[in-house]
Structure formats: C-alpha cells, structure tokens
Design a binder for this molecule. Structure first.
Ligand code: GLV
Ligand code: GLV
Length: 347
C-alpha cells in the first residue's frame, strides 16, 4: 500500500503538489482553521509522514498515536520549538523545516516595523483610518514637533546610528544589509553563549558595508548602545525573557525595540511599563507572548507607541509558496528516505 502522509493545513495553491502525486496517500485536514488535535491524533495512525505548522505540537502523545511507521515530521516554519527534537532523535524520526526561504520577507518586515515604530505610525495611521468622516486629519493639532520620532537614517546633524541585534543569524544579517543605505554606522550583536566568535566574518561585514564597527557584545552593552534593537533569536527556554525590565531600563530613551522572532524573548509586562514610563521611545512587534490571544485590552496594544502586527513576518505570496514547497519536498524526502532540502540535525 502507498505510504500515508497527514497534512495539518490546506496549503493553498501548493496543495496540488501533494494531491497530484500518485505514490502517496494524502490525508488533509479539511477545515480552514488550525488542525484539531483530536482529528490529528486519530488520522495520524499508521502515517509515514506528517506536515505540521507552528501550533501543532509534536510530542510523545503524537508519536504514540502515529505508531511505528512514522519516519518524518516536516514543519512549514523556520522555528521548531513545537517539536521535541531529542525525542525525534531517539526515535530516529527525521525533521524538516523551512529556513532561508523566509529570510528576506522577515527582514523586510523588521525594517518596516523599525520605521513605523520610530515614526509614530501606529497613531498617525489610525488618526486617519479610524477617525470620523468629517475630516479627522484636519482636527489634529499640527505643530512642528507633533508626531515626531527618532529618525532611523543618519543625518548631517546626527551622523551616528547603532543598530543592535539580539541574535545574529540569517535574518539579522539580511536586516543589516537593508539598513546600510540608511547610513547606519555601528552594528553590535549578541550570540548564543555556546556559539564561537566569528571575527573573520565580522571584519568582512564591516569592510563590505563600510561600517565603523561590527562587534559581538554582551547583553548589557547591547541594551545600552543600540539606537534600534532587533530581537531575532529562536524562542524556547534559553531565550525566555532575555529582554526584561532590567534590560529595558538600560536602553536609550530614544531607542526603538523590534521583535520579529518569538514573543517569549520579551517580557510583555516589562515592555508595556518601559513604553508607558518612556524608558524607551517605541516598539514594533510581529510577535507577542501569549499570541494569538491578544485583545485590545492587552497592555501593549494600549500603548500608543507600540506598533503590533499579528505574526505576519513571512506572509508574502512568494515566501509562503516557497515555504510550502520546501515543507512538501522535505516531507517527500523523508517518506522515501532520500535527501530533504532542509533537514534539522535533531541530535
Ligand atoms: C515563523 O514564525 C516561523 O517559524 O516560520
Ligand atoms: C533564524 O532562523 C535566522 O535565520 O536568523
């Protein structure tokens, strides 16, 4: 019989790539919402492969329900904190994910949020969009400094700008590349405590972009020196609340914090306080702890200088299609025991 695969979400135009195959049996969650756990536990029985998304927890319960045939878990995401990797290694189940293809889209959104948060665009935008029909625009009291915020690009009178990265992987480096034309002068970052220094790479980046510095620093310096700080690090226990009240207190009053990685890295209550008490200028968030249950009474949603979008970092047609295709290719590779385009080393 043909190997069975379970797909936890309709993949839109990419679904045909699965449905057209005659060498596998495809079981597809039929509804246009997140896959129900009971459905998954029932349908995964006997499956050789499963294609999951971030909300689908891959743990002992799921493996138990699947039984001994399961050889591959393919996630349509770059993050994999929903997958118990040590368990996968122990059971010799291969794991695929979708790095690289979303790097540019997330870097684009990171820059967008940096611009929006610095320039007060949350408030400015809603003044026009959520005002009234009689002309809300004309009602705001213009003055030379109304709506002003810190400028991302350098100017003759303000010639230095330090951009900081909490985590300096592919997305951070793609974000840095986008900021070079803005005239930024210094790049500082923190790496995971277990990673090796990359002094040759940093010297090369410094020369390529003609910066005054590309330097790995500690969290203390990252907080104190960044004018714009991008949080771009995996989630999970190791990075939980790295940005907490103590960190935020050290940041510059005119600084902007951007998080396009995982909500859990930033303590939401501390950030709301930091904004409210003006320890920092503003924040731009694509991710928030506890998402998607974020309502209008959330302290961060209530902060005027916090721009929030609902985890749309990779949401472009091109990137989502590439992610879906890669997730399918990973799945097929795992099912037939061939190469997977992006396989995680689960050990
Ligand atoms: C998005 O957050 C992803 O992990 O792909
Ligand atoms: C993180 O996954 C990155 O690509 O930087």
């Amino acid at each position: 019989s043909k190997p069975k695969v379970v797909i936890c979400r309709d993949l839109g135009p990419a679904t045909a790539l699965l449905m057209n195959r005659t060498d596998i049996e495809v079981v597809l969650w039929p509804e246009d919402r997140g896959c129900a756990r009971e459905w998954l536990l029932e349908n995964i029985k006997g499956a050789v492969g499963v294609l999951v998304l971030l909300p689908d927890i891959v743990n002992a319960e799921l493996l138990e329900a699947a039984g001994p045939n399961l050889r591959v878990v393919s996630t349509m995401s770059v993050g994999y904190e929903h997958i118990d990797l040590p368990l996968m290694a122990q059971r010799k189940i291969r794991v695929g994910y979708t790095p690289d293809v979303l790097t540019e889209a997330v870097a684009d959104l990171s820059v967008m949020l940096a611009l929006m948060a610095g320039r007060n665009d949350g408030v400015a935008y809603s003044l026009v969009k959520n005002g009234d029909a009689s002309g809300s625009w004309s009602k705001f009291n213009w003055s030379p400094f109304t709506f002003c915020g810190p400028q991302l690009s350098t100017t003759a009178s303000s010639p230095n700008r330090t951009v900081g990265f909490l985590g300096f992987g592919r997305i951070s480096q793609a974000t840095l590349a986008r900021l070079v034309p803005f005239g930024i002068t210094h790049c500082i970052y923190t790496g995971s405590p277990t990673s090796k220094p990359e002094t040759a790479r940093d010297a090369a980046l410094k020369a390529k972009y003609k910066l005054a510095a590309v330097e790995r620093v500690d969290l203390d310096r990252l907080a104190r020196e960044s004018d714009v700080l991008f949080v771009l690090t995996p989630g999970g226990k190791e990075t939980y609340h790295l940005v907490d009240a103590a960190f935020l207190k050290k940041m510059k009053e005119m600084s902007v914090l951007i998080n396009t990685s995982r909500g859990t890295v930033v303590d939401s209550d501390a950030l709301a306080t930091a904004l409210h008490e003006k320890w920092i200028w503003g924040a731009g968030l694509d991710v928030v702890e506890g998402e998607p249950r974020i309502g209008t009474d959330h302290p961060l949603v209530k902060e005027p200088r916090c721009v929030i979008v609902p985890h749309i970092g990779s949401a472009t047609f091109q990137t989502r299609m590439d992610m879906a295709t890669r997730a399918i290719d990973n799945l097929i590779g795992g099912v037939f025991g061939t190469e997977m385009p992006a396989e995680l080393d689960a050990r």
